[in-house]
Design a protein around this ligand. Structure first.
Ligand SMILES: [Fe+2]
Length: 243
């Protein structure tokens, strides 16, 4: 009984301590989103540039249909809702990403999901139709990774090593050199919070929704097969544009 009384007194003292006023000595830095002065953008949901079964056998038609018409469409719809009345609803995605740390996580996740998927579709093509790295891109790959195989190794390691959901990217950095980086969730290298920033020229989605129906838990096989359906023609174009 004596022990219980002591315990009750101790709890009362602790509770009283919790209700005493706490003085805050630090003030969090409040960032405001700068005004967007560029041309107003009407964000649209573009059609998939090929049929759902176009990337077979490496990505199956059912996965493509669910991925595009449910997941991607969902990110787009939720992006429009999240960005409404923020003042940047008609800003370019590039501007939004450059200032993402000033916006809500709902804008970050859904703007990322909207852009990342549009980008991903554009750098894929039916097997045998995507061409090859251009001479200029090939040279940049050799300089950065030693060889095309070196790039694949680094890119695949980022893709398979990404814990949980995310992406692996090949980007052109500010100085024009290439780098491989990974991102969690729907983050991307255009965001001001990215560890490695740059203009994306290739990416792979390693969320389970991108491969689970066909590959189950074998993300490694999905990542290796991805190289059969890279749209090098588009990657070459993006590389020249980024320089
Ligand atoms: Fe996805």
């Amino acid at each position: 009984m004596k022990q219980l009384t002591i315990a009750l007194i101790a709890l009362t003292v602790m509770a009283a301590g919790c209700t005493s006023p706490v003085s805050k000595t630090s003030v969090e830095e409040v960032k405001t989103t700068p005004e967007y002065t560029g041309e107003a953008v009407n964000h649209e949901f573009a059609a998939l540039p090929y049929a759902y079964d176009a990337l077979e056998p490496y990505i199956d038609a059912q996965t493509m249909e669910i991925h595009y018409s449910l997941h991607h469409q969902g990110y787009y719809n939720n992006f429009l809702k999240a960005v409404e009345a923020t003042g940047v609803q008609n800003a370019s995605l590039e501007f939004i990403f450059e200032n993402i740390s000033t916006l809500s996580s709902a804008v970050k996740n859904n703007a990322g999901g909207y852009y990342n998927h549009s980008f991903f579709w554009s750098v894929l093509a039916p097997a045998g139709s995507g061409g090859e790295p251009s001479e200029a891109l090939f040279e940049a790959i050799n300089n950065a990774f030693g060889s095309l195989e070196g790039l694949k190794e680094k890119f695949n390691a980022a893709a398979t090593g990404q814990f949980g959901s995310g992406w692996s990217w090949l980007v052109v950095q500010k100085d024009g050199t290439l780098a491989v980086t990974g991102s969690a969730n729907q983050d991307n290298p255009l965001m001001d919070i990215a560890e490695v920033k740059g203009q994306p020229i290739l990416a792979i989605d390693v969320w389970e929704h991108a491969y689970y129906l066909k590959y189950k838990n074998k993300r490694v096989d999905y990542v290796q097969n991805f190289w059969n359906i890279v749209n090098w023609n588009e990657v070459n174009r993006l590389y020249q544009e980024a320089l």
